[in-house]
Write a protein that binds this ligand. Structure first.
Ligand SMILES: *Cc1c(COP(=O)(O)O)cnc(C)c1O
Length: 236
Protein backbone atom coordinates (compact mmCIF):
# COMPACT_ATOMS: atom_id res chain seq x y z
CA UNK A 1 0.00 0.00 0.00
CA UNK A 2 1.28 3.47 -0.80
CA UNK A 3 1.57 6.17 1.84
CA UNK A 4 -1.24 8.04 0.16
CA UNK A 5 -3.66 5.13 0.36
CA UNK A 6 -2.71 4.56 4.03
CA UNK A 7 -3.27 8.24 4.72
CA UNK A 8 -6.65 8.16 3.03
CA UNK A 9 -7.72 5.20 5.14
CA UNK A 10 -6.55 6.99 8.29
CA UNK A 11 -8.31 10.26 7.44
CA UNK A 12 -11.50 8.40 6.48
CA UNK A 13 -11.42 6.64 9.85
CA UNK A 14 -10.91 9.98 11.60
CA UNK A 15 -13.94 11.34 9.77
CA UNK A 16 -16.12 8.35 10.65
CA UNK A 17 -15.06 8.48 14.31
CA UNK A 18 -15.69 12.22 14.58
CA UNK A 19 -19.03 11.87 12.80
CA UNK A 20 -20.19 9.18 15.23
CA UNK A 21 -19.03 11.18 18.21
CA UNK A 22 -20.92 14.26 17.07
CA UNK A 23 -24.06 12.48 15.84
CA UNK A 24 -23.45 13.12 12.17
CA UNK A 25 -24.11 10.79 9.26
CA UNK A 26 -20.60 10.07 7.85
CA UNK A 27 -22.05 9.82 4.35
CA UNK A 28 -23.06 13.51 4.53
CA UNK A 29 -19.38 14.50 4.74
CA UNK A 30 -17.27 14.68 1.57
CA UNK A 31 -13.52 14.52 1.71
CA UNK A 32 -11.93 16.97 -0.72
CA UNK A 33 -8.27 16.03 -1.18
CA UNK A 34 -6.24 19.23 -1.47
CA UNK A 35 -3.36 18.57 -3.85
CA UNK A 36 -1.90 22.04 -4.40
CA UNK A 37 1.85 21.96 -5.13
CA UNK A 38 1.67 18.13 -5.42
CA UNK A 39 2.21 16.31 -8.71
CA UNK A 40 -0.58 14.84 -10.84
CA UNK A 41 0.70 11.35 -10.12
CA UNK A 42 -0.22 11.72 -6.45
CA UNK A 43 -3.77 12.65 -7.45
CA UNK A 44 -3.84 9.52 -9.61
CA UNK A 45 -2.93 7.48 -6.52
CA UNK A 46 -5.66 9.18 -4.47
CA UNK A 47 -8.14 8.40 -7.23
CA UNK A 48 -7.02 4.75 -7.26
CA UNK A 49 -7.78 4.70 -3.52
CA UNK A 50 -11.32 5.84 -4.21
CA UNK A 51 -11.24 9.63 -3.81
CA UNK A 52 -13.09 11.65 -6.41
CA UNK A 53 -13.10 15.20 -5.01
CA UNK A 54 -9.88 17.13 -5.59
CA UNK A 55 -9.13 20.64 -4.32
CA UNK A 56 -6.66 23.04 -5.91
CA UNK A 57 -5.58 26.60 -5.09
CA UNK A 58 -3.43 27.82 -7.96
CA UNK A 59 -5.01 28.25 -11.37
CA UNK A 60 -2.13 27.61 -13.74
CA UNK A 61 -0.89 24.56 -11.87
CA UNK A 62 -4.35 23.06 -11.53
CA UNK A 63 -5.36 23.54 -15.15
CA UNK A 64 -2.28 21.57 -16.17
CA UNK A 65 -3.13 18.74 -13.79
CA UNK A 66 -6.78 18.67 -14.90
CA UNK A 67 -5.61 18.24 -18.50
CA UNK A 68 -3.16 15.44 -17.62
CA UNK A 69 -5.80 13.59 -15.55
CA UNK A 70 -8.78 13.96 -17.87
CA UNK A 71 -9.03 10.16 -18.25
CA UNK A 72 -10.13 10.00 -14.57
CA UNK A 73 -13.63 10.77 -13.36
CA UNK A 74 -12.75 13.52 -10.87
CA UNK A 75 -14.69 16.42 -9.43
CA UNK A 76 -12.44 19.50 -9.26
CA UNK A 77 -12.85 22.14 -6.55
CA UNK A 78 -11.15 25.51 -6.76
CA UNK A 79 -10.42 26.69 -3.19
CA UNK A 80 -7.71 29.37 -3.58
CA UNK A 81 -7.69 33.14 -3.82
CA UNK A 82 -9.28 34.35 -7.08
CA UNK A 83 -7.79 37.07 -9.23
CA UNK A 84 -10.22 38.55 -11.75
CA UNK A 85 -8.01 37.70 -14.69
CA UNK A 86 -8.14 33.98 -13.74
CA UNK A 87 -11.91 33.57 -13.54
CA UNK A 88 -12.26 32.29 -17.10
CA UNK A 89 -9.93 29.35 -16.47
CA UNK A 90 -11.79 28.52 -13.28
CA UNK A 91 -15.18 28.73 -15.01
CA UNK A 92 -13.99 26.52 -17.85
CA UNK A 93 -12.19 23.82 -15.86
CA UNK A 94 -13.75 23.34 -12.43
CA UNK A 95 -16.96 21.78 -11.10
CA UNK A 96 -16.94 23.75 -7.85
CA UNK A 97 -15.48 27.01 -6.61
CA UNK A 98 -15.37 27.58 -2.83
CA UNK A 99 -13.60 30.90 -2.52
CA UNK A 100 -15.94 33.52 -3.96
CA UNK A 101 -16.02 36.65 -1.83
CA UNK A 102 -17.24 39.38 -4.19
CA UNK A 103 -20.00 40.06 -6.69
CA UNK A 104 -17.43 41.07 -9.28
CA UNK A 105 -15.85 37.61 -9.24
CA UNK A 106 -19.25 35.86 -9.14
CA UNK A 107 -20.46 37.85 -12.18
CA UNK A 108 -17.36 37.01 -14.17
CA UNK A 109 -17.65 33.30 -13.32
CA UNK A 110 -21.31 33.25 -14.39
CA UNK A 111 -20.60 35.10 -17.64
CA UNK A 112 -17.64 32.86 -18.43
CA UNK A 113 -19.15 29.48 -17.57
CA UNK A 114 -19.35 27.59 -20.89
CA UNK A 115 -22.92 26.91 -22.03
CA UNK A 116 -22.26 23.21 -22.58
CA UNK A 117 -21.36 22.71 -18.91
CA UNK A 118 -23.72 22.51 -15.92
CA UNK A 119 -23.91 25.67 -13.81
CA UNK A 120 -20.80 26.13 -11.67
CA UNK A 121 -21.29 25.01 -8.05
CA UNK A 122 -20.31 27.84 -5.76
CA UNK A 123 -19.69 28.46 -2.07
CA UNK A 124 -19.38 31.99 -0.73
CA UNK A 125 -16.24 32.44 1.36
CA UNK A 126 -16.94 34.21 4.64
CA UNK A 127 -14.19 36.01 6.53
CA UNK A 128 -15.16 34.95 10.01
CA UNK A 129 -12.00 35.84 11.92
CA UNK A 130 -11.95 39.38 10.53
CA UNK A 131 -8.33 39.25 9.51
CA UNK A 132 -7.44 41.83 6.89
CA UNK A 133 -5.19 39.32 5.11
CA UNK A 134 -7.87 36.66 4.59
CA UNK A 135 -10.25 36.93 1.71
CA UNK A 136 -13.99 36.47 1.93
CA UNK A 137 -17.06 38.56 2.52
CA UNK A 138 -17.76 39.89 6.02
CA UNK A 139 -20.76 38.32 7.80
CA UNK A 140 -22.69 41.60 7.49
CA UNK A 141 -22.18 41.74 3.72
CA UNK A 142 -23.20 38.11 3.18
CA UNK A 143 -26.94 38.56 2.59
CA UNK A 144 -26.62 41.31 -0.05
CA UNK A 145 -24.07 39.16 -1.87
CA UNK A 146 -26.26 36.04 -1.73
CA UNK A 147 -29.19 38.06 -3.07
CA UNK A 148 -27.15 39.12 -6.10
CA UNK A 149 -25.55 35.71 -6.73
CA UNK A 150 -29.00 34.12 -6.85
CA UNK A 151 -29.69 36.26 -9.93
CA UNK A 152 -26.68 34.93 -11.86
CA UNK A 153 -27.85 32.24 -14.28
CA UNK A 154 -24.72 30.11 -14.69
CA UNK A 155 -23.99 29.63 -10.98
CA UNK A 156 -25.50 27.20 -8.51
CA UNK A 157 -25.15 28.49 -4.96
CA UNK A 158 -24.33 25.51 -2.75
CA UNK A 159 -23.09 26.84 0.60
CA UNK A 160 -20.53 28.73 2.63
CA UNK A 161 -16.81 28.30 3.03
CA UNK A 162 -14.41 29.58 5.65
CA UNK A 163 -10.78 29.42 6.72
CA UNK A 164 -10.70 30.61 10.33
CA UNK A 165 -7.46 31.77 11.93
CA UNK A 166 -5.67 28.64 13.20
CA UNK A 167 -6.11 27.90 16.90
CA UNK A 168 -5.37 24.94 19.15
CA UNK A 169 -7.90 22.85 20.97
CA UNK A 170 -11.30 21.69 19.83
CA UNK A 171 -13.26 24.26 21.85
CA UNK A 172 -11.65 27.32 20.34
CA UNK A 173 -11.60 25.65 16.92
CA UNK A 174 -15.35 25.05 17.06
CA UNK A 175 -16.24 28.69 17.75
CA UNK A 176 -15.68 30.17 14.28
CA UNK A 177 -17.13 27.04 12.61
CA UNK A 178 -20.28 27.45 14.70
CA UNK A 179 -20.58 31.03 13.47
CA UNK A 180 -20.41 29.87 9.85
CA UNK A 181 -22.96 27.20 10.54
CA UNK A 182 -25.27 29.79 12.15
CA UNK A 183 -24.80 32.09 9.15
CA UNK A 184 -25.94 29.33 6.81
CA UNK A 185 -29.01 28.72 8.98
CA UNK A 186 -29.81 32.47 8.98
CA UNK A 187 -29.37 32.63 5.21
CA UNK A 188 -31.81 29.76 4.74
CA UNK A 189 -34.38 31.45 6.98
CA UNK A 190 -34.04 34.72 5.15
CA UNK A 191 -34.08 33.41 1.57
CA UNK A 192 -36.34 30.39 1.98
CA UNK A 193 -36.79 28.02 -0.93
CA UNK A 194 -34.64 30.11 -3.28
CA UNK A 195 -31.59 28.75 -1.43
CA UNK A 196 -32.72 25.12 -1.31
CA UNK A 197 -29.44 24.10 -2.96
CA UNK A 198 -27.43 25.79 -0.23
CA UNK A 199 -26.67 22.83 2.04
CA UNK A 200 -22.92 22.83 2.27
CA UNK A 201 -20.36 24.01 4.77
CA UNK A 202 -16.84 23.89 3.34
CA UNK A 203 -14.75 24.02 6.48
CA UNK A 204 -12.10 22.03 8.29
CA UNK A 205 -8.59 21.12 7.21
CA UNK A 206 -6.03 18.56 8.42
CA UNK A 207 -5.56 20.22 11.82
CA UNK A 208 -9.18 21.00 12.74
CA UNK A 209 -11.37 18.47 11.01
CA UNK A 210 -13.04 17.11 14.13
CA UNK A 211 -14.09 20.62 15.20
CA UNK A 212 -15.49 21.27 11.73
CA UNK A 213 -17.42 17.99 11.71
CA UNK A 214 -18.83 18.80 15.14
CA UNK A 215 -20.23 22.04 13.70
CA UNK A 216 -21.72 20.56 10.56
CA UNK A 217 -19.00 20.55 7.87
CA UNK A 218 -20.03 18.74 4.70
CA UNK A 219 -16.90 19.46 2.63
CA UNK A 220 -13.60 18.89 4.41
CA UNK A 221 -10.57 20.28 2.60
CA UNK A 222 -7.67 18.06 3.62
CA UNK A 223 -4.18 18.38 2.14
CA UNK A 224 -1.28 17.59 4.46
CA UNK A 225 -2.89 14.57 6.14
CA UNK A 226 -3.29 12.92 2.72
CA UNK A 227 -0.39 14.07 0.57
CA UNK A 228 2.18 14.96 3.24
CA UNK A 229 3.71 18.33 4.01
CA UNK A 230 4.06 20.88 1.28
CA UNK A 231 7.44 22.36 0.48
CA UNK A 232 7.40 25.60 2.49
CA UNK A 233 9.67 27.36 0.01
CA UNK A 234 7.46 26.47 -2.97
CA UNK A 235 6.66 29.71 -4.76
CA UNK A 236 2.91 29.90 -4.21
C1 LIG B 1 -4.08 24.27 1.49
C2 LIG B 1 -5.49 24.42 1.85
C3 LIG B 1 -6.16 23.44 2.59
C4 LIG B 1 -5.50 22.16 3.09
O1 LIG B 1 -4.79 22.44 4.24
P1 LIG B 1 -4.04 21.26 5.05
O2 LIG B 1 -3.70 21.91 6.34
O3 LIG B 1 -2.85 20.89 4.25
O4 LIG B 1 -5.00 20.16 5.20
C5 LIG B 1 -7.50 23.63 2.84
N1 LIG B 1 -8.15 24.73 2.42
C6 LIG B 1 -7.55 25.70 1.73
C7 LIG B 1 -8.32 26.89 1.29
C8 LIG B 1 -6.19 25.58 1.43
O5 LIG B 1 -5.59 26.57 0.73
Amino acid sequence: MTDISKNIIRVSEQITTAARLHHRDPSSIKLVAVSKTKPADMIRQASASGLTHIGESFVQESVEKIAVLKDLDLCWHFIGPIQSNKTRQIAENFHWVHSVGSLKVARRLSNQRPVDLAPLNLCVQVNISGEASKSGVSPTDLSPLVEQILLLPRLRLRGLMSIPAPTEGIHSQREPFRKISDLLAETKLRFGTSVDDMQHLSMGMSADLEAAIAEGATLLRVGTAIFGRRDPVAKH
